[in-house]
Design a protein around this ligand. Sequence first.
Ligand code: DX5
Ligand code: ZN
Length: 222
Amino acid sequence: MQCKVAPSILSANFNRLGQDIARCRETGADYLHFDVMDGIFVPNISFGLPVLESVRKETDMVLDVHLMIDRPVRYVERFCQAGADIVTVHVEADTEENTRKALELIRGCGKRAAVSVKPKTPAEAVLPFLELCSMVLVMTVEPGFGGQSFMADMMPKVTAIRRYITEKGLDCEVEVDGGVALDTAKTCADAGANVLVAGSAYFKAAEPAAFVKALHGLAVRT
Ligand code: DX5
Ligand code: ZN
């Protein structure tokens, strides 16, 4: 299995967002990662529905929407309608019942549903939801900001989730997010991640196409 690359537009230049998005496509990136923050679930505020609608008009790339918002069940359908292809909710953001409901609503919209875990949340927290999910996102930094250091101690969690998916024969991708650069990307692929989010590493790369190509060359251990 080959790695996919998802540049996080949190690190883009918002004065020329359209051009930066076009470049993601031209350089061979697979998904466009879209970080939504509400200032409650995480201590930062980013962008939301109107920006997603604009981005949707700008590109046909797979839009991977990472909701770092409190009680996302309230909003998932609107993110689907605004153009998301994948909608990720955090298991810490609501009750188990509401998380399940959010995933069902996303699927009901014909979109891919995903769950995410913060660094302090164990792998077991996502397992009850995996049958509803097309992807699991393991955070490799505390969510809220780009440009933080990669937490290598999250790799056993990635491996545990990958193993569970393989054992159960589920059709579910494993994504990592936070501090992913050339060196740490290999660590992630070795641990079993197949979707690599990269914010600062992608947007600061002197040659983003070469960066994407290098990540595509990593073999995922499944
Ligand atoms: C952090 C976000 C990430 C962030 C990653 O809360 O979820 O997607 O943009 O940025 P880097 O790759 O710079 O750590
Ligand atoms: Zn993210």
